[in-house]
Design a binder for this molecule. Sequence first.
Ligand code: MG
Length: 477
Amino acid sequence: MSRVVFSPAPVSFLSLLALTAGCSGDSSPAPPNVVFIFADDLGYADLSSYGSRTIATPNLDRMASEGARFTQFYVASSVCTPSRASLLTGRYPIRMPIDPRGVFFPDSTGGLPLSEVTIAEVLRERGYVTALVGKWHLGHLPELLPMQQGFDSFYGLPYSNDMDEPHYPGQPAPVHPCNSLFPDCRPGAPLMENEQIVEMPVLQESLTRRYTERAIDVMRSAVAQDRPFFLYYANNFPHTPLYASDAFRGTSADGLYGDVVEELDWSVGEILGEIEALGIDEETLVVFTSDNGPWLLWATDAPVPQGGLDGGSAEPLRDGKSTSFEGGLRVPLIARWPGRIPAGRTVEAPAVMTDWLPTLAAFAGASLPSGVEIDGKDIGPVLEGRGDRDPPEGFRHLIYRSDNSGLAGYREGRWKLKLAVAGGESVYSRYDHGDLLFDLEADPGEQNDLAASLPEKLAEMKRHMTALAAEVEVANR
Ligand code: MG
């Protein structure tokens, strides 16, 4: 239940009525359909348009050639739950209580607070059909599911595909003998339809195909109702354990990981094809991105029973998921909207996951939630090639630890400060280091630490980070 009062939309009451009824004769642009496709743990270098030499992604490459491709797009956290919270709210995840383990688990009792206002709630105010197809991971208890956060419908998993059966307070804890650390073991995660479990454990081999069919159903239904739609399609892959359908298994040059990403690319192609078939190409913004960098634990012969090569790549960026090196934080971002986003453009200016709420609100003519601090900025002008996100002084961005326990660093202009780590940055990245300073323009791979040679710059970055964090963290915790 949203406790936020919306201020009036910047259109007349009559024009709002006309828009929501699908009538013509209104001079303001119609709210666009939005398809937001969110991969899970897909790395910066896992698409051919971002440098992969072993994974073929022709549909995403076409989408990039017909739209904009960002080279410095940042998640607001390098793990699933806080990254998703920041996308849907436009806010740094430090503002929200998240499970101290970093993400929500099947025995968590928390979730995204209902006081937070999501993109779905903002767009629903403008008459949108709102649907989540795929992964939620913001609380699995009935009072915390997507339907309570602005979505008309939900078809997918309440959390990650390596997790087990849900635990509900007051009921005996489920006993399931395995998780993804055990080979050949199928996690017990449920498939849900709105608030009901419809399959447990979910059969993951057909998941991408079924998500695709459901996504197409959502679009067709909204078009039949003559209403704009917000389709949040959060595929569970390529998060491990990996499953591909028979049509894709064994077909890529990058093992099962490549098969799974290529099936995801197929899914994007089906959705783009349906948008064209429905005749809504020029009324539909399609976005593709990932919630965090690749889970490199699975990309090595690390001492886990499964081992193998089931993780992606962020090359030439350093490290991956759960760390605050660039490989954990920088992900592909492709946005396509024929007629509005110029084709074939590469955007090198930085942007952040929190930017999507204000951007989509502006495109839809919706008001921002009142009484809520939004950290993101409207990147509509950047997408359309007619303006910048940041003033000439440059991009300023706080980097938080993946367990949401505090600051991990700061980006300002070309510079990046990565704060000292003692005791490991996360359970998956246990090596320590002192304060690090990088010039990302000259050294995007973070190989050349300048902290010792530029002590004044290091001190300035710390001062600026502390001042900005004080502004952010003083309100709305
Ligand atoms: Mg993830």
